[in-house]
Write a protein that binds this ligand. Structure first.
Ligand SMILES: Cc1ncc(COP(=O)(O)O)c(C=O)c1O
Length: 444
């Protein structure tokens, strides 16, 4: 590995003079520009990144969402709870955002609660349902491949006496409907399972999972769905899907960060997790992020309208990239080969280090990820790949390329030229290093 690191360090330090000349001496590179004293931002603020293949981490804010948000951040700044004209304008915008989101989900506006993102939506769903159902039972069933927003929320509840059952998954990351049904007993109050996985892109057989729970449970066991990754690509119809709670996060579908939604089926008992004012029908206290809600609603509406075309195009582009990447010896796709998100490609590069590859790709202008964005930098191997049966030394080579609506044909053409040689080179470098750890005979 030292060979590779040396190469990377040299490349980073070898003085790109043009970039050096562009650099504003008063502003550290990479630091966000917060004050007018910082002056105008330079044309290039994110190094050499030109092809963004990390849409599962986040997406750019789409211009239509920004345009819809701007009035709420400027002249229409009122508090929706105020009775005067400013407040009424904000209230109208917020009410409309509830309506737009509800229409996209085939839901009712009163079933929509705006939150600060997917994490808060899932926390409200899980903790709110658990505490509201405490008198009926204390068992919560989830899967081993959930996002930390779910796993840490149920882990927190376990400290208060809730019993948490974490179901295993198969090699592709799917939960078996029969195993889920078998885990339901008379003490079970909540099931929480994602619609699609952020690290490996696998889509769960949700309709069968929910049907199995409904078949065996003697009463309604609440079913929460984390649809944060799925929302940009899979239709979410609350009439057709027999769930009770669904979480979404705006920044995965080109809405603003810090804005999310929890859909709560009408009549579902949920205990609020923030206390204060009566906002969002007493389910989420605090002055509403009106601009965030409007940005989310605008982005979600457009996502729903364009979804069919986006999915078709992304699947084709992703398959091109997958074919090129998996042709490299030692590279193997992970996750389900067909039941997966359309723009999502996850692989394991054998005998290689995922984070090291991400740095090398970044230097060549490709932004990708070594797994979940939120665990980048963590020395721990992915809990998702571990649950799918990959040993640590294989999971170390995990990489994720996630395309989005704004990914172009030209970008993928360039990506298929640039990525495979880098994977091949770094893989060969690590194999050579393993054979000769002191580097005495490695002439790289
Ligand atoms: C599957 C999944 N659930 C939840 C979250 C958390 O969402 P947010 O970033 O909006 O808090 C993420 C974010 O990556 C995710 O991928």
């Amino acid at each position: 590995m030292s060979v590779v690191v040396k190469y990377l360090v040299c490349k980073a330090d070898d003085g790109d003079e043009e970039a050096e000349a562009d650099r504003d001496p008063g502003v550290a590179p990479g630091r966000p520009r917060l004050s007018p004293a910082d002056g105008p931002a330079p044309a290039r603020t994110i190094g050499r990144v030109t092809i963004y293949l990390d849409h599962a981490a986040t997406t750019p804010l789409r211009p239509e969402a920004l345009e819809a948000m701007l009035p709420l951040l400027t002249e229409d700044f009122g508090n929706p709870s105020s009775p005067h004209a400013y407040g009424r304008r904000a209230r109208m915008a917020l009410d409309e955002a509830h309506e737009v989101v509800a229409a996209c989900l085939s839901a009712q506006p009163r079933e929509i609660v705006f939150t600060s993102g997917g994490t808060e939506a899932s926390n409200l769903a899980i903790k709110g349902a658990a505490w509201a159902g405490r008198a009926e039972g204390h068992r919560i069933v989830t899967s081993a491949v959930e996002h930390d927003a779910t796993l840490h929320a149920v882990g927190h509840l376990a400290k208060f006496g809730f019993e948490v059952v974490e179901l295993p998954v198969d090699r592709y990351g799917r939960v078996d409907p029969d195993e889920l049904a078998a885990a339901i007993d008379e003490r079970t109050i909540l099931v929480t399972i994602q619609m699609a996985n952020n690290e490996v892109g696998t889509v769960q057989p949700l309709a069968e999972l929910i049907a199995g729970v409904r078949r065996v449970a003697g009463r309604r066991v609440l079913f929460h769905v984390d649809a944060v990754q799925a929302a940009p690509y899979l239709a979410i119809d609350t009439q057709a899907l027999d769930a009770d709670l669904i979480s979404l996060g705006a920044h995965k579908f080109e809405g603003p960060k810090g804005s999310g939604v929890l859909w709560i089926r009408h009549g579902t008992a949920l205990m609020a997790q923030t206390h204060g004012g009566g906002q969002e029908r007493y389910r989420r206290a605090g002055t509403e992020n009106v601009a965030g809600a409007v940005g989310l609603a605008t982005a979600l509406r457009l996502t729903c309208e364009e979804r069919a075309d986006t999915v078709k195009r992304l699947r084709r582009l992703r398959d091109r990239l997958r074919d090129a990447v998996s042709a490299v010896p030692g590279v193997e796709p992970t996750g389900h080969p067909r039941q997966r998100l359309p723009g999502h490609l996850s692989v394991i590069v054998r005998d290689a280090d995922g984070p090291g590859i991400v740095v090398a790709l970044d230097l060549e202008g490709i932004a990708a990820s070594a797994g979940a964005a939120c665990t980048t930098g963590s020395p721990e191997a992915s809990h998702v790949l571990a649950a799918m049966g990959y040993p640590d030394e294989e999971a170390r080579g995990a990489l994720r390329f996630s395309l989005g609506r704004t990914t172009t044909e030209e970008e993928i053409t360039r990506a298929v030229e640039v990525i495979p040689p880098i994977l091949g080179r770094l893989r060969v470098g690590s194999v050579a290093l393993a054979a000769d750890p002191l580097g005495q005979e490695v002439g790289v």
